[in-house]
Design a protein around this ligand. Sequence first.
Ligand SMILES: [Zn+2]
Ligand SMILES: [Zn+2]
Length: 344
Amino acid sequence: MKAGVKLCEGPGHFEVKEIDTPTLGEKDVLIRVKVSGVCGVDVLIYDWAIGKTFPAKLPLVLGHECSGMIESLGKEVKGLKIGDRVTVESMIGCGNCYYCRQGLTNLCCLQWEHVGITFNGSFAQYLKAPMSIVHRLPENVSFESGAFVEPLSIVVNMFDRIKFALGSTMVIIGPGTLGLLVIQAARSYGASQIIVLGLEKDEKRLLKAKELGADLTLVADREDPVARVLELTHGIGSDVVVESGGTPESFNKAIQMASGQGQVVILGYSNYGETAPVRLARQEISVFGVRAYRTRHFRQALQWLESNKVVTEAIISHRLDLDHAEKGIHLMRDKEASKVCLIP
Ligand SMILES: [Zn+2]
Ligand SMILES: [Zn+2]
């Protein structure tokens, strides 16, 4: 089968090539991949900027945000059949550590597994997945939307972590895929004001943000975003600030924009460096980390899509065939795309 493979350490070293179609264990499912989104994590592995917390095993087929159709099943697989339209959770806890035993599988501190990180992912014609992470797609959820269940689950987990009262204000730093999903969820949760912050080069993505429900977009390299947010919130700051910009500056800005007892959420992985702990303490700001999600978040994400609470069509900026996977990674890295979908 054809697959997009990260070959060895160092930036790049990626090739779309023929590899063996996976052979199934008794509890595995073989999925004919229909759509595979390109995620920031794929970019990090591609650039080899992942650090020690990501135990990527090379050579590796990237990709973990996907949907497809079941092609074949291991002998012991129950509850699924050939031809089912499905999507997969990406992270698998070890089941045995302190966190997994409490059901907090996303905090697994031992041998966690992850599609497209510790085993071959979905930038391929076929994906082998253990049945425990496979979920059927509701009838009215397309393969394209199905590829968004995974990132949307992270957003569900975020709203599970924070306190989001009706009428809250929210600033979202970074108009990427997650940011664009957060906007829609915040609308459903009854946000009174949603402000999205980007850079000049994010122009297209900021337009999408407007389209999907942002009240206002700010361009950080054209105006002082902290001053503007304070002005727009009558000097108080925002109840919730979602940081998905992923730089030390954007995290610091997030803290500066939060109201007293406000909540700052860090979405996604980045290297933040020095922060502003004094203000965190003085203003009783809570900083929430969000790591992946658990199965119930995944189920809720499916429901959000099924009920059209969240739509994905407008987020997809590029559809490419698998041969152009590397171009897709570059488009995401250079922030030209709000979402690249690969069609293997
Ligand atoms: Zn992802
Ligand atoms: Zn564990």
